[in-house]
Design a protein around this ligand. Structure first.
Ligand code: ATP
Length: 276
């Protein structure tokens, strides 16, 4: 039987005149890895903060493990990485990890967790000496240190270089096999690499909820542009290879051919029907 970890029913949140979430209804099941994608200001962080019990919704119902996200018992089953990370400067990496681990009934082994996140050599370093990328890795390690059933990550790999990002995907994927994860990202590639399910939020509303492959099918075309016999041509196709083969076989006159993968922003425009 599927166990529901998080439920939002008609959740709404405004900041003054800004409606950050409109009537958002969605549920996360046990063992799902869910990516929350969306342009800047879509309401992703607001949704996570409400799920984490850090912010109250104005309307609707939120349930975490069937209880209130604000209850201490519920929060002990949860691990999270905030978008902005500040650590006590004078504490060492291993001390911070031990401090966070103590809040959980049965935490993961501290040394092994630091090792997984490439922090073993930094265990004795004071937090203030960590680079941006190292701090980010520590924040991620802390989200998992309590061995929680549900992990919530706000932009887990922002600010990391491509190689660190890929290495972390591998670590998070391995850690995700025994728990549920909900994360926000600006990278479609990250959502595809990690998630079993993708949610696309735009201006506080859910535009898409489905498998990564389905989203790719909707937005995964390529834009081709070239100068043809009658001037510039621009087309979007799901299969650029087949399109070009057909042009060559059909002896279509072309020059300056360019093939572009639409950006995530363009993909959002496709999903919103260009209403932005
Ligand atoms: P980003 O990708 O830029 O992090 P996001 O999808 O996480 O964006 P939110 O941070 O949830 O979006 O913001 C949603 C909307 O609510 C935005 O218009 C933002 O300006 C507004 N907002 C967020 N926090 C506050 C606040 N504390 N006071 C006023 N407005 C806020």
């Amino acid at each position: 039987m599927q166990e529901t970890v998080l439920t939002f029913v008609d959740v709404a949140k405004s900041y003054g005149d800004v409606r950050a979430l409109h009537s958002l209804s969605v549920a996360v099941q046990r063992d799902e890895i869910v990516a929350l994608l969306g342009p800047n200001g879509a309401g992703k962080t607001t949704a996570l903060e409400i799920a984490l019990g850090l912010r109250a919704a104005d309307g609707g119902r939120v349930r975490l493990f069937g209880g209130s996200p604000q209850s201490a018992a519920t929060r002990r089953r949860l691990g999270a990485t905030p978008q902005e990370t500040g650590f006590p400067d004078m504490l060492r990496v291993e001390e911070i990890a031990a401090f966070v681990a103590e809040h959980y009934p049965s935490h993961a082994p501290i040394g092994a967790t630091l090792e997984r996140f490439g922090l073993a050599e930094l265990a004795k370093r004071r937090a203030q000496t960590l680079s941006g990328g190292e701090s980010r890795r520590l924040a991620l390690a802390l989200a998992f240190i309590g061995d929680p059933e549900f992990v919530v990550l706000d932009e887990p790999t922002t600010g990391l270089d491509v190689e660190s990002r890929r290495r972390l995907w591998e670590v998070v994927r391995n850690l995700g096999s025994r728990r549920s994860i909900l994360f926000t990202t600006h990278y479609l590639e990250e959502a595809e690499a990690l998630a079993t399910r993708i949610l696309v939020l735009d201006r506080g509303q859910l535009l898409f909820d489905g498998a990564p492959r389905t989203l790719r099918g909707l937005i995964g075309g390529r834009r081709l542009s070239y100068v043809g016999a009658d001037g510039p041509v621009s087309v979007t196709t799901q299969d650029a290879d087949a399109y070009i083969r057909a042009m060559v076989n059909g002896a279509v006159v072309f020059s300056d051919l360019e093939i572009v993968r639409p950006s995530l922003e363009e993909a959002f425009l496709t999903l919103t029907g260009g209403s932005q």
